[in-house]
Design a protein around this ligand. Structure first.
Ligand code: SD4
Length: 327
C-alpha cells in the first residue's frame, strides 16, 4: 500500500475535537452541517447506483426501510465491489464472510455476522429483525436461517477475488490489509417523505482478515445506529477502532445532547485520534450522520473520504473534511 503523507493536527478543528464532551464549547458542538429539505439518502464512499436505487423509492413516497434494502442490495450483487457481497475479498483462508445490519425508525434492529454463501446479507438482516425473536444471527445459524427463508446458496468468491487473494498469499505477510485506500463498505442512512429514518450497513470486512473476524459493520451502535427521534449514523474504515469507541451510537447520542451532526462526527473521530496519543494513525475511519432536521455531518481521520447524496435538490458526491489534512 502506498502510504500518503499527512500533516499534523488541523488548526481550528483539531484542537476542539479532542476535548471531552463536557468541555466542548457551544461553538464547537454547533459546527455548520449541510442541510437537506425533504427526503434524502446518503451512503459512505460513492456507491452512486445504490444510492440512486434507494432514491427511486424515496422520491415516490416509499418507505425508507425498503429504500435502504433496495439500495444496499445493488452493491451486494455487484461483483466489482470487492468490499461488499459477491466478489468481496475473502479472509486469509480464502472464504468470503459477510457482515450486515439494518435498523428502522422505531429502533428495531437485525444483523448477520460471519455469513457465508448468501449474496444479500442486508435482506437476511431485515428478516432477522422482522421474522425472528433475535437481533444478531451468526455463521452457520445465520446461513441456515437464510436458506430456510428462501435465500439461494451462492459461491461468493469470484475469479477476480480469487486471483487477488492468490497474489496476496505469495507475499505471505499473513496480515489483514488495513488501509486507507481500500474501501467501499456501504453504510446507508436515509429519511423518507414522512420523516421516518432508517439505515443499513453491509461489508465483506477487511480483506484477508483472520477467519472468524467480525468488524463494526453488523454491530448495532458501532457500524450503524438509528434513533427515529434524533437521527442516524454509520461508519466505514477500520472496524476494530469503530467498535472500541461505539462510533455510530456516539454520534447519535451527541446529536441527542444538542451537537450538530458535523460536530458529532468530528467529536467521534476525535475520540479515536485522541486514543492514539497524538500519533497519526495508519488507518482510516469515516463517519456520516444526520439529524431529523435533515442536517448532515461527515468526517474522517485522513483525507479521501466522502459520501454520496440523493435528494430533491442536491445529488452527487461530497468530499468530507478530515482530522489530518493533505500535505
Ligand atoms: C470492517 N468497517 O469490517 C469495515 C471495513 C470497511 O470499507 O469499512 N471497509 O472493519
Amino acid at each position: 500500500m502506498k502510504r500518503r503523507a499527512f500533516l499534523g493536527l488541523g488548526a481550528a478543528s483539531g484542537a476542539s475535537l479532542i476535548l471531552p464532551t463536557s468541555c466542548a464549547s457551544p461553538a464547537s458542538n454547533q459546527k455548520v452541517s449541510n442541510q437537506v429539505n425533504g427526503p434524502f439518502v446518503i451512503s459512505t464512499w460513492n456507491p452512486a447506483a445504490a444510492n440512486a436505487a434507494a432514491w427511486e423509492g424515496l422520491k415516490d413516497d416509499g418507505y425508507v426501510l425498503d429504500a435502504i434494502e433496495a439500495g444496499i442490495r445493488i452493491e451486494e450483487e455487484n461483483p466489482n465491489n470487492t468490499t461488499v457481497g459477491i466478489g468481496g475479498a475473502p479472509d486469509r483462508d480464502g472464504h468470503v464472510t459477510l457482515d450486515a445490519c439494518i435498523m428502522n425508525e422505531k429502533g428495531d434492529a437485525g444483523s448477520v455476522v460471519f455469513l457465508e454463501d448468501v449474496v444479500y446479507p442486508i435482506s437476511v438482516a431485515r428478516q432477522v429483525m422482522e421474522n425472528s425473536p433475535h437481533v444478531i444471527l451468526a455463521g452457520q445459524g445465520a446461513q441456515q436461517f437464510a436458506f430456510n427463508n428462501g435465500f439461494a446458496k451462492t459461491n461468493l468468491l469470484t475469479e477476480k477475488s480469487k486471483e487477488a487473494w492468490a497474489k496476496w498469499l505469495v507475499k505471505a505477510e499473513y496480515q489483514p490489509i488495513i488501509n486507507i485506500e481500500m474501501h467501499d463498505t456501504i453504510g446507508m442512512i436515509a429519511k423518507d417523505a414522512q420523516g421516518r429514518i432508517s439505515g443499513g450497513c453491509s461489508t465483506s470486512g477487511l480483506a484477508y482478515k483472520m477467519r472468524g473476524r467480525v468488524g463494526d459493520s453488523p454491530i448495532i451502535g458501532s457500524g450503524l445506529f438509528v434513533d427515529g427521534e434524533v437521527g442516524a449514523a454509520t461508519a466505514t474504515g477500520l472496524g476494530e477502532e469503530v467498535i472500541k469507541t461505539v462510533g455510530s451510537f456516539l454520534m447519535v447520542e451527541l446529536m441527542r445532547q444538542g451537537y450538530s451532526p458535523q460536530a458529532a462526527a468530528e467529536e467521534a473521530i476525535g475520540r479515536i485520534v485522541a486514543k492514539k496519543g497524538g500519533e497519526k494513525p495508519n488507518f482510516q475511519v469515516g463517519y456520516i450522520c444526520f439529524n431529523t432536521k435533515g442536517e448532515i455531518g461527515a468526517y474522517s481521520i485522513h483525507p479521501g473520504f466522502g459520501y454520496v447524496l440523493n435528494s430533491e435538490t442536491d445529488n452527487g458526491y461530497i468530499a468530507a473534511d478530515s482530522f489530518f489534512k493533505k500535505e
